[in-house]
Write a protein that binds this ligand. Structure first.
Ligand SMILES: Nc1nc2c(c(=O)[nH]1)N[C@H]1C(S)=C(S)[C@@H](COP(=O)(O)O)O[C@H]1N2
Ligand SMILES: [Mo]
Length: 334
């Protein structure tokens, strides 16, 4: 992940046209060894649908229509969470992704369509009164969904602004009813190497794991996301359930969640296990604390050619700075 050499999104808007996506699908077809079809690929873009079918996918929006919770969208927007920046283009947010389960590059949106979103269960266990395994649709329908526009700041120094739909994580914590000794929540992504080619790369410590303190998990800003842009979320963005902690670097926003474990021990995480000297537990955004290998002073919004200054706690200091008072000597910024 966190190696930013030549940002592909630092291209003009025109580079993200459907035509460009079409060309990328063509190269995917070739990569899949379908050389003969590659010859047809010289045909006009009108044929894009044909190639989509050959690939067994209709692109990023393939299965919105079969989502059993689709009727819940769009959810009412909560205007308490506004951002003084333009919302990122949906076609960028759904085609430029970090999701190592499907590859360690940004163009995983086609591969991610392989992820089957139903049936999907979410397990709540550990130090709780109510251990349970919930069907995702029961969970989502049991919550009151709202839309919030959030910033997202990747540790690689690109950023985006996304209208997420979801519910406060505090509501899930309430459902779990943690025991008084529980201090952290450990979260886990699905594990299925047959579907996720990245998970066949055994040098990574799969499954992807992240953690929060209970205080962080119950902060009103901490959001469990089920949708984006007024629809159920796409696989590549972490469907059917992902975390959004917008004051932290993006790798904390763990995707495609299957498990929440309440514990009295600070959990390690996927990136802490890979490179603990570069990625810590708290990972709060701070422009003054550089990554060991690059500056965090500024960032490049997706689809923009101009860099903008990065803000302390990614602009959410009012909401979250209080969580860290008295912790100045700890590694809270990476
Ligand atoms: N399971 C899982 N969750 C993940 C990642 C990942 O590789 N696997 N990447 C993280 C990183 S580094 C970022 S920046 C965001 C990217 O979210 P997006 O693709 O929706 O923009 O997802 C985070 N959540
Ligand atoms: Mo990231």
């Amino acid at each position: 992940m966190p190696i930013l050499s030549k940002p592909r999104w630092a291209l003009p808007e025109s580079a993200a046209t459907p035509e460009r996506l079409f060309r990328e699908r063509r190269s995917l077809i070739k990569a899949a060894g379908l050389g003969a079809i590659g010859a047809i690929a010289a045909a006009p873009a009108a044929q894009a649908g044909l190639f989509d079918r050959l690939l067994g996918t209709d692109g990023p929006k393939a299965d919105d229509e079969i989502d059993p919770t689709a009727d819940l969208y769009p959810a009412p927007r909560n205007d308490a969470y506004a951002v003084m920046r333009p919302i990122s283009k949906e076609e960028l947010v759904t085609t430029y992704n970090n999701f190592y389960e499907f590859g360690s590059h940004k163009r995983i949106f086609n591969a991610a369509q392989q992820l089957s979103l139903r049936p999907w269960t979410v397990k709540i266990d550990g130090m709780v009164e109510n251990e349970q395994t919930l069907d995702i649709d029961t969970l989502i329908r049991g919550m009151s969904l709202e839309e919030r526009v959030y910033r997202h700041r990747c540790v690689e120094a690109w950023s985006m602004v996304v209208p997420w739909t979801g519910f406060p994580m505090a509501d899930l914590v309430k459902l779990a009813a943690p025991l008084s000794g529980a201090r952290y929540v450990r979260m886990e992504t699905f594990l299925d190497p047959e579907v996720a080619s990245g998970q066949r790369q055994s040098w990574y410590p799969w499954p992807y794991v992240e953690g929060l303190t209970i205080e962080e998990a119950t902060n009103p800003l901490t959001f469990l996301v089920t949708g984006a842009y007024g629809k159920p979320m796409e696989e590549q963005n972490g469907a059917p359930l992902r975390l959004a902690t917008p004051w932290k670097y993006g790798f904390k926003s763990i995707k495609s969640l299957v498990r929440f474990t309440f514990t009295d021990e600070m959990p390690s995480s996927f990136w802490m296990d890979i490179a603990g000297s570069e990625y810590g537990f708290y990972a709060n955004v701070n422009p003054e604390v550089p990554h060991p290998r690059w500056s965090q002073a500024s960032e490049q919004p997706l689809g923009s050619e101009e860099r903008i200054p990065t803000l302390l706690y990614n602009g959410y200091a009012d909401e979250v700075a209080g969580l860290y008072t008295g912790m100045e000597n700890q590694r809270i910024y990476f």
